[in-house]
Design a protein. Structure first.
Length: 537
C-alpha cells in the first residue's frame, strides 16, 4: 500500500477530486460524528465521502489528492479487496516517485530540455546520500564561477560562462526534484533555493558588467536596469497573489477566458514562454553570453522582461477591474508589509489622518509621489536641492498612500510602484553623477535592498509575517532610504568620489543588517517549508 500512503501523506499532490482520499487541516472530530450518522442514515459505506461533505460544510479546508496512477479505494467485499490489491500491486512506485519529482507547471525549456534527464540526476544524488541543500550550494558555486568567467572579458571566458550557467540551472532544477523524490523538505532548503536564485542571477549580471568594462564598454546602467526590472516584476507577482490569496467573490470574465485558453494545449506553452520564466531567461542569457556581447545580453533581457512584465501586469489589472473581489484584512496587512514603509511614513501618516489627502485612492497617491520624484530626478541637475524637495513630497504622499488598508481593486500595485521609484532614483542619481564607480556602488545598494524585499516575501509566504519592526526602522523604509540618497547626492555633488563612497557604505550597512537578521530567522524560526508542486502521478 506504499503508493496509497504516498498519495495521502505527500504534500506535492494538488487538490482535485479523488475518491477515498482526503486530508483535513483541523476540525475533523465534530464533522466525523455527523458523517457517521449521515452514512448510517443513508445506508452507505462511503464514510470518506460523507466526512468530506461534512468538513466542507464546516468550512474546513479539505484536500483531495489527484492520484493519477496511484490507487485509493474502499473495498466492500472480498472481490473488491482482491481487485484493489491487484491494482495497487500494478503501480510502479519508483516510476511514480521519479515522475512526480518533476515540478508541475514549469516553462517549456525546463520541461522539455532539463527535466527529462535532471530527474535521473536527482535519483543518483538520492542514492548516494546527497541532500537538496548540498545540490543547491553546488548550483550557487557553479553560477559564481560562471560570473567569474564572464568577468574576464574574453571570448573563451564568455563561452565558459554560458556553459556553466546552464550547468548551474540543471543543478537548480535537480535540488527541488531531489527534495520531492526523497521527500526531504526543509525550511532551510526552501529559503536557500529561493534566495540563491536571485544571488546567482545578479552575480552573473555583475560578472557581465565587469567583463564588458574590461573591453571598454560600460554597461553597469544596463545591468542595474535589468535587475530593477526583474525585481519589480517579481513584486508585481507577489503583490497580486497576496492580494487575491484568500479574497472572496474572486472571479472575473478574463479568468474564465484564461481557463479556456489553457484547454487548447499549445497556448499553455506559448503563454508560459512569452513571460520569459527562469528557464527561458537563463537559456537566453547563456546562449547570448557565449556568442554575443554583454550589451546585447542586457538589451535582450530588458526587452524580453519588459514585454513579459507588461503582458502579465495588463492581464492582472484587467482581472482586478472586472472582478468584484472582497479582500481580507490579512491580504491588506500583507500588502502593507510589502510596501516597506518606515518610520518617516509612520510619523507623517499620523499627521495626515485628519486631512483630505488620505481620501484619495492609495494607487493614485503612490503614482503622484513616484511621478513627482522621478520627474525631479530626471529633469533637474545632479545635486539639485529641488530633488530633495521632491523626495520630501514623496515621503508625504507615499505615507498617505498606506494610511488606509490596501483593499482596493488595484491597491496591489502600490508596493511595485514604491519599488520602482526607490530603485530607479538610485539608478538615475548614480548614472548622472560624474563618478565612474557610482553605478557599481548603486548596483550593490539595490541588490542589498532587493534582498530585504525578497526576504519579506518569503516570510509572508511561510506564514510567519513580515520582518520585525526594528529591522524596517533601522533600514529606514523605502521612503527614508530614498530621501537619504537624494540628500547625499545634493551634499556630495562636488566632492570627488564621496557620493560613491556613501552609496558603498549604505549598501554594506543594509546588507549586513538584513543578512544577519535573515539568516538568524531562517535558521532558528522553525517556519514551515513552502513545498512546490510536483507533477501528478
Amino acid at each position: 500500500m506504499h503508493a496509497l500512503r504516498l498519495a495521502l501523506t505527500d504534500p506535492r499532490f494538488p487538490a482535485a477530486a479523488a475518491p477515498g482520499a482526503i486530508t483535513a487541516q483541523s476540525g475533523a472530530r465534530p464533522a466525523l460524528a455527523r458523517a457517521l450518522g449521515a452514512a448510517g442514515d443513508a445506508g452507505t459505506d462511503d464514510l470518506t465521502g460523507a466526512l468530506a461533505d461534512a468538513l466542507d460544510a464546516d468550512g474546513v479546508s479539505v484536500h483531495r489528492p489527484q492520484l493519477g496512477t496511484l490507487v485509493a479505494t474502499v473495498p466492500t467485499d472480498a472481490e473488491a479487496r482482491h481487485a484493489a490489491r491487484a491494482a495497487v500491486a500494478a503501480v510502479d512506485d519508483e516510476a511514480v516517485r521519479l515522475r512526480s519529482a518533476v515540478k508541475a507547471h514549469d516553462g517549456f525549456f525546463t520541461t522539455f530540455f532539463i527535466s527529462p534527464y535532471s530527474r535521473y540526476i536527482a535519483r543518483w544524488c538520492a542514492r548516494r546520500g546527497l541532500t537538496p541543500n548540498q545540490v543547491t550550494t553546488a548550483s550557487l558555486l557553479t553560477a559564481l564561477i560562471a560570473a567569474g568567467c564572464a568577468a574576464t572579458g574574453e571570448r573563451g571566458g564568455y563561452v565558459a560562462a554560458g556553459v556553466l550557467l546552464l550547468v548551474s540551472f540543471v543543478l537548480d532544477c535537480t535540488d527541488g526534484q531531489l527534495a520531492r523524490y526523497a521527500l526531504k523538505y526543509s525550511t532551510m532548503g526552501a529559503w536557500l533555493d529561493a534566495t540563491f536564485d536571485r544571488a546567482k542571477e545578479y552575480a552573473f549580471y555583475a560578472g557581465l558588467a565587469l567583463g564588458a568594462a574590461r573591453g571598454g564598454d560600460d554597461v553597469w546602467a544596463l545591468a542595474l536596469g535589468a535587475m530593477i526590472l526583474m525585481t519589480c516584476r517579481h513584486v508585481v507577482d507577489f503583490s497580486f497573489n497576496e492580494a487575491n490569496h484568500d479574497a472572496t467573490a474572486n472571479t472575473s470574465p478574463t479568468a474564465a477566458l484564461s481557463d479556456r485558453l489553457d484547454g487548447l494545449g499549445w497556448t499553455v506553452w506559448a503563454r508560459r514562454m512569452i513571460i520569459l520564466p527562469i528557464g527561458e531567461r537563463w537559456a537566453m542569457i547563456a546562449v547570448l553570453t557565449a556568442f554575443t556581447t554583454p550589451r546585447i545580453v542586457f538589451w535582450a533581457l530588458i526587452i524580453g522582461c519588459a514585454f513579459g512584465a507588461c503582458y502579465t501586469t495588463a492581464g492582472r489589472v484587467l482581472r482586478s477591474v472586472t472582478r468584484k473581489a472582497r479582500r481580507t484584512d490579512r491580504a491588506a496587512q500583507a500588502l502593507a508589509d510589502l510596501a516597506d514603509s518606515g518610520p518617516l511614513a509612520d510619523v507623517v501618516r499620523g499627521q495626515l489622518s485628519r486631512t483630505g489627502i488620505v481620501r484619495l485612492q492609495p494607487l493614485v497617491l503612490a503614482l503622484i509621489a513616484s511621478g513627482a520624484l522621478l520627474a525631479a530626478v530626471l529633469g533637474r541637475p545632479f545635486g539639485s536641492r529641488q530633488v530633495i524637495v521632491a523626495a520630501v513630497f514623496y515621503v508625504v504622499f507615499s505615507a498617505a498612500a498606506v494610511a488606509r488598508p490596501l483593499k482596493g481593486a488595484l491597491d496591489w500595485l502600490v508596493p511595485p510602484v514604491f519599488r520602482a521609484a526607490e530603485y530607479t532614483t538610485v539608478l538615475v542619481l548614480a548614472a548622472r553623477s560624474d563618478e565612474p564607480q557610482a553605478l557599481p556602488a548603486a548596483f550593490g545598494l539595490v541588490a542589498a535592498v532587493a534582498y530585504h524585499h525578497y526576504d519579506t516575501v518569503y516570510r509572508i509566504r511561510g506564514g510567519t509575517g513580515a520582518p520585525p519592526a526594528w529591522l524596517v526602522r533601522v533600514t529606514g523604509g523605502h521612503e527614508g532610504r530614498t530621501l537619504l540618497v537624494t540628500v547625499l547626492a545634493a551634499l556630495l555633488a562636488d566632492r570627488g568620489d564621496d557620493f560613491t563612497l556613501a552609496l558603498t557604505a549604505l549598501a554594506v550597512a543594509v546588507a549586513l543588517v538584513v543578512l544577519v537578521e535573515s539568516i538568524r530567522f531562517w535558521v532558528s524560526s522553525g517556519a514551515p517549508a513552502v513545498h512546490d508542486e510536483g507533477e501528478t502521478a
